[in-house]
Design a protein around this ligand. Structure first.
Ligand SMILES: *Cc1c(COP(=O)(O)O)cnc(C)c1O
Length: 307
């Protein structure tokens, strides 16, 4: 039994009406860790547990850290997550809720990650949040499930942070004979490391992350994600923070599910840029979820943007 669940797949009338297309939602917000990340991280953790690792280590104060903590508890393997001082109490509480140890170290993720690396030993598996073929292999199960459900689609809309989700979805498309189905890759301005790389024709490192969607805030996408933009039809789209937040709010109203702005970026394409989807009949939207930004936080962001 894998650690992730086969999530609901449902047709969205509200998004269908916003786009004039058939829109199917793959509801990974319903995963036990609150995001799709448990697919790949669960797969990686099972692999490392089988190989005899006795501890999992992460340096993510977001959905990756939460997923590692969840996987460790389910597998009976102790987990340590090293996070920077900037990590929210909500995220720390979610990690501790899974019985993982949280170590707060340093002002930035760089420092927290360096400390995490210093804790590695032979018995420890370090779980990267996006740059690992084991993760992509696990994320690919999302496409397997849609195919198994018998639902056809002509395009996939998803969010891109470090690009692990995109690598996994494309792997899933390829292994199901869907290697020509385009991917619409959404990022927010201020976290658009894929869009900038596509524009420059090489992998670009952002000087800083200035979007509220910190979950998408990898300064540089993984090499495989950039390579995919040349191997696979990938359309990179950038939306504003305001559009991502507004999409979260509308989605909450329409489907009664709260997701992070990281996921709102993908939803914002359907709600706000229907022309991007005009050439497709049936669109699959990956509702990747996210547990690290609750309603109070989103209201705070909305108020700050309005001011
Ligand atoms: C991690 C995450 C992303 C981005 O995934 P990558 O694999 O880093 O591209 C998007 N949305 C949510 C909710 C996430 O947790």
């Amino acid at each position: 039994m894998p650690l992730h669940i086969d999530t609901p797949l449902l047709e969205s009338r509200p998004l269908g009406q916003a786009t004039g297309r058939q829109v199917w939602l793959k509801l990974d917000a319903m995963q036990p860790s609150g995001s799709f990340k448990i697919r790949g991280i669960g797969h990686a953790c099972e692999h490392h547990a089988r190989a005899g690792k006795r501890r999992f280590l992460s340096s993510s104060g977001g959905n990756a850290g939460i997923a590692v903590a969840y996987a460790g508890r389910r597998l009976g393997v102790p987990v340590t997550v090293v996070v920077p001082e900037s990590t929210t109490d909500t995220a720390k509480a979610l990690i501790r809720q899974e019985d993982a140890e949280v170590i707060v170290h340093g002002a930035t993720w760089m420092e927290a990650n360096a400390h995490a690396q210093s804790l590695r030993d032979d018995g420890t598996a370090f779980i990267h949040p996006f740059d690992d073929p084991l993760l992509w292999h696990g994320h690919a199960s999302l496409v397997d499930e849609v195919v198994r459900a018998g639902q056809g689609f002509d395009a996939v809309v998803l969010s891109v942070g470090g690009g692990g989700l995109m690598c996994g979805v494309v792997e899933g498309l390829q292994r199901n004979g869907l290697g020509t189905v385009p991917v619409i890759a959404a990022e927010t301005a201020g976290a658009a490391s894929l869009a900038q790389s596509v524009a420059a024709g090489r992998r670009v490192e952002l000087p800083a992350i200035t979007s509220i969607a910190t979950t998408l805030g990898a300064k540089m996408v993984c090499e495989r994600a950039f390579a995919l933009t040349r191997e696979h039809p990938v359309e990179s789209v950038v939306v504003t923070d305001a559009a991502a937040l507004a999409a979260c709010e509308r989605f909450l109203d329409d489907h009664r599910i709260l997701v992070e702005p990281a996921c709102g970026a993908a939803l914002a394409i359907a709600y706000g840029e229907p022309a991007r989807l005009a050439r497709f009949g049936r669109v699959l939207v990956v509702v990747c979820g996210g547990a690290s930004a609750g309603l109070a936080q989103q209201r705070e962001w909305a108020a700050a943007l309005a001011a």
